[in-house]
Ligand binder design. Sequence first.
Ligand code: EPS
Length: 378
Amino acid sequence: MRVLTAGESHGLGNIAIVEGFPQGVKIDEKIINQELTKRMSGVGRGKRMSIEQDGVKIISGLRNKKTLGSPIAMVIKNKDSYILSQAKDSYDPITIPRPAHADLSGAFKYQEKDMRNILERASARSTVSQVCIGSICKQLLANFKISIASFTVSVGNISSTLKPKSAREIISKTKKSQLNCIDKAAEKRMTSKIKKCAAEGDTLGGVVEIWIDGLPPGIGSCMHFDKRLDAKLTYYLMSIQAVKGIEVGLGFEYSQRPGSLAHDSIYHSGKEGFFRKSNNSGGIEGGMSTGNPIVLRLAKKPIATLLNPLDSVDLISKRKSKAPKIRSDTCAIVALSVIAENMAALAISESFLDKFGSDSLPEITRNYNNYLNNCKKL
Ligand code: EPS
């Protein structure tokens, strides 16, 4: 599968193209739109999200809601659109870089003093395309009862200590939450923290946990570095704006435990086959799925644009200046959850299709069922 995205934050819109997606998969635009709507939600989103009404139009690759095996092209239009491709717009150049945004590094890279030319594509607006790609992958994986869910573990220094048992539990407990939490008490404290932070012109990051249930063992590979499932997942997840850390299973805590208290012992029974009593590995050993839920945690840094801005330097005058006060969000933790689930869906789909073929759903299903039967005989 090959994917490509394009679009500026304030251009006409964003597009996503997926080539090599299997034929015969039912795709519902409504499901993609639900994801897009959730991506815009959450306490702490800025004014832009009240302007946009994200919705996808699939313009190729489908007939009667089923994939044809041809490239799938998806379009998401921007409402707040003023970047013109054929005429000069009326916007002043942005010449003071914001610390932690792509501004200054991009200015060096492109020898560019108007950083609007950098930030337009660096903006997290482009994640609408990633969500559309991931959402069709989720719809493919649903045929195999693979489900992906996520929840907010923390916002700033406010954390939830509740541990879910399955993706299904996460989906049901986060349904009515404004912050995608499974913990109502923590959500209240997180909400107050975000509101206080907004009033102070500051911003917040947080931690999100992703669960992937239903993946059979042996997806991914121990045979080559770029086929390892944990490598593939973390590569895609780290590509999301503002993600600065990822843990798989016990993550950094692994380094503090002796092996005897870290690893998941193996058991067998006639009824269950091989099983584990713990899942410290986060469902991945040797770059392959173990058959247990995949559990990943992502740390997001605070949004770079502050209304109470940090020190910076004007690229033209070289004088000390405050970073510009550009309209932005205070916290986008729910958006991270949605984008991360969908990037995980893309990584899982690629590895899944590597194992079971990628031409057509009936063929993949035959290969999958055959493999599960063989697993039972091991
Ligand atoms: C972003 C700045 C804000 C965010 C944007 C990411 O946009 P604007 O500059 O138009 O106010 O709202 O996120 C989105 C547009 C989105 O769809 O998530 C940035 O600088 O990265």
